[in-house]
Every structure is written in structure tokens, then in C-alpha cells.
Design a protein around this ligand. Structure first.
Ligand SMILES: *Cc1c(COP(=O)(O)O)cnc(C)c1O
Length: 373
């Protein structure tokens, strides 16, 4: 298959996955947990023994993601958190880590408890201070998220790489591999919660790690550990994911267009104090995003409405089309009052996080017009 295919082509064809046995243009779902041996006790397919190791459906989904990331190796996990924890578990006791502050709360909360348990020194550093801090510290791992959730801060991956010799891991969930190929900018591992835009239909939980070097110790260790310790994505989820990713570039394009228009509309609205979105010229991360993101700025934005907690909750309560639910990156638009979910992390009480879907933009704006009143 041509190595020069563009992402839309790779995705639409699921990186060439078909069902050779039936001639079907889509791969079959094979849920077997165990695989037969012939009379000579040879495996019918040497790479299929037991589905905790791997499965055809898993390999098909990984092949799509590997080509979208242009990675040397790609491994799927049963959730984004399982992917993140797989990376941290490779650290020896007493290691030292830099974690970007103000990122996905699930990551921060887990990394804090993990590091405390394992005697790992943890430095939590704001996106704006990362390069300067990295220069002065000799650490084992640097973990960043760009754009970050829910502050939408941008991290210059290339600049960070130039300032650290540590393993650089980039959570690009809000960007997707379509808008940012973190490995091309110098990351050692590109991580995504595939639960979000990669699957995009709010019906599969999955996470992914893509590696710049499959022979690196980290990649070898993570691969061995996934196989032996069993944090594997099941064939049904992998099959669903392969199906969903056929439209990933289309969905990301439409979501980004909608988010840009909505962000501009909200920014100009008298009932809005500020909008965090990398596609807005006044956003502090705009210059980095322009340089690092291709084809749009993603589907995630945060709105600070005028007033306080009650005012934000009133607006959220009046929205009819935007569903009140956590998560992001799905075809349906969602809102979340983050302060209600994480009251102790410095989230402004008037912040509403918005995940913009693929609906008609006029309907999306109309909903905010009536909700902001
Ligand atoms: C959701 C999310 C995760 C965690 O992924 P799960 O699939 O929910 O485990 C990690 N990072 C970011 C940025 C996320 O939005």
C-alpha cells in the first residue's frame, strides 16, 4: 500500500482492512478468545493463540492509528487512563517526573497517587513555564497535554523536546492525530483517549500509545507488560473503533469548523467574559497552535459566562441541544460545568466546557442565543 496516502484515504479504507475469507469490504468481527492447533499441534495462525495477547481486530485498529500517526509502533488499551498508566508504570521507584499542571483531572489525580506510592518525585508545572523548567531539571519523563483540557493551553512540542532529554509523552486527545502528529514534532510517545474524537460516537472506551521508536526500552516494556498483564482492548471495541475511524478526518474537520464559528460567536456575546479556544487570535496559545495544528483547532473550548456559579449553571440548564454530560469529541455536542465536577482545582466557577459536535452550526448557535438570553 502506498506510504504517501493522506489521512482521509487511510481512514476511509481502514488502512486496507478487508475480510479475505468472505470477500467482504469490511473486516469481520472475530470474538474468539482461543485459537486452534492442527493435528501436528501447530497453530493454524501462528500469531493467534489467545486473545489476551492480541487479536486480528485489535491489529486492524492499531494499523489505522499507526499510519495516521506515522508511528513506528501503536498499541491500544482498554481506556485512555490505562494507556497513560502503562507509560508511568515503566518508571523505576524513585524516578522523577514533570507533569503539566491544569490538565485532564483524571490524569493529575492518578499520577499524584501513583508517584506518592512509588516514591517518584513529581513536579507539576504550568504550560507556560515548561521549557524553562525542563532545562534546569534532570527528569525521566515529561508528560504534557496540548491543547489542554479544560484550559486549552498550548504546548510547543518541538521547543520542549529541545529543552529536555527525558522521555516526552504528549496527550493529544483534544487535537486528534488529524490535527497534530506529536511524533513529527519530537514527542517520543503520542497518547490519545480514543474514547473521545478518535471513536467519536460516545460508545467505545479506549486509549492509544504511538511510539517514535519501537525498539526503545519503554516501547518494548509496555508491549510486554500489556501482553502479560492483560490490559488489552477487546475485539468488539477494536472493531467498533476501526468502523468509527473511517470518518475521523471528516468529523474532525466539521467539528473544528463548528467550534471556530461558535467560539467567535460566543467571544462577541455581551453575556460572555472570555472564551478559551486555540483558534481565537487573542488566545495565548494561538501562535503555537497555528504552527503545530493542521486543518483546524479542534472541537473543545471553554466559555466564561458573565457572573458566577449560579449564572453558569442557569445557562447550562437552559441549553436544549447541547447535552449536559462529561466527555468530549463525540458527534453530539456536550457541555459541562467543570467546577461542579472538580471544585478544588482552581477551575473558574463560571467556566462551561463545550465539546462541539457535527450538528448544523445554525442550530448550535441558536441554542446558545436562547440560553444566554
Ligand atoms: C478523557 C481523557 C483522558 C482519559 O481517557 P479515558 O478513555 O476516559 O480513560 C485522558 N486525557 C484527556 C485529555 C482526556 O480528555
Amino acid at each position: 500500500m502506498s506510504k504517501t496516502q493522506k489521512p482521509a484515504t487511510i481512514a476511509a479504507h481502514a488502512a486496507g482492512a478487508i475480510d479475505a475469507q468472505s470477500g467482504g469490504v469490511v473486516p469481520a468481527l472475530q470474538p474468539a478468545t482461543t485459537f486452534i492447533r492442527d493435528a501436528d499441534y501447530d497453530l493454524v495462525r501462528p500469531d493467534n493463540i489467545y486473545s489476551r495477547d492480541n487479536s486480528d481486530n485489535l491489529r486492524q485498529a492499531e494499523a489505522v492509528l499507526q499510519r495516521l500517526e506515522n508511528a513506528d509502533e501503536t498499541l491500544l488499551f482498554p481506556s485512555g487512563m490505562a494507556a497513560i498508566s502503562a507509560v508511568f508504570r515503566t518508571l523505576p521507584n524513585g524516578a522523577s517526573v514533570i507533569l503539566q499542571s491544569g490538565i485532564y483531572w483524571g490524569t493529575t489525580a492518578w499520577v499524584r497517587t501513583f508517584c506518592a506510592r512509588r516514591d517518584i518525585t513529581l513536579h507539576e508545572v504550568d504550560a507556560d513555564d515548561l521549557c524553562a523548567f525542563c532545562k534546569t531539571q534532570n527528569v525521566d519523563l515529561v508528560f504534557v497535554e496540548t491543547p489542554s483540557n479544560p484550559w486549552l493551553k498550548a504546548v510547543d512540542i518541538g521547543a520542549l523536546k529541545a529543552n529536555t532529554s527525558a522521555l516526552l509523552v504528549v496527550d493529544g486527545t483534544a487535537a486528534t492525530p488529524i490535527l497534530t502528529r506529536a511524533l513529527a514534532h519530537g514527542a517520543d510517545i503520542a497518547m490519545h483517549s480514543a474514547t473521545k474524537a478518535i471513536n467519536g460516537h460516545s460508545d467505545v472506551l479506549a486509549g492509544v500509545l504511538s511510539f517514535a521508536d519501537k525498539d526503545s526500552r519503554t516501547c518494548v516494556d509496555i508491549k510486554a507488560d500489556r501482553k502479560m498483564a492483560g490490559a488489552i482492548l477487546g475485539p468488539f471495541e477494536a472493531w467498533m473503533l476501526t468502523r468509527a475511524m473511517r470518518t475521523l478526518p471528516l468529523r474532525v474537520e466539521r467539528m473544528s469548523q463548528n467550534a471556530q464559528v461558535l467560539a467567535e460567536f460566543l467571544m462577541a456575546h455581551p453575556q460572555v467574559d472570555d472564551v478559551f479556544y486555540p483558534g481565537l487570535p487573542h488566545h495565548p496559545g494561538h501562535a503555537i497552535a497555528l504552527k503545530q495544528m493542521t486543518g483546524g483547532f479542534g472541537s473543545l473550548l471553554s466559555v466564561l459566562v458573565k457572573g458566577g456559579r449560579e449564572d453558569a449553571l442557569r445557562v447550562v440548564g437552559k441549553l436544549e441541544l447541547f447535552l449536559r454530560a462529561t466527555s468530549l469529541g463525540g458527534v453530539e455536542s456536550l457541555v459541562e460545568h467543570r467546577y461542579t465536577v472538580e471544585p478544588d482545582t482552581g477551575i473558574p466557577e463560571n467556566l462551561i466546557r463545550v465539546s462541539v459536535g457535527i450538528e448544523d452550526i445554525d442550530d448550535l448557535i441558536g441554542d446558545w442565543v436562547q440560553a444566554l438570553g
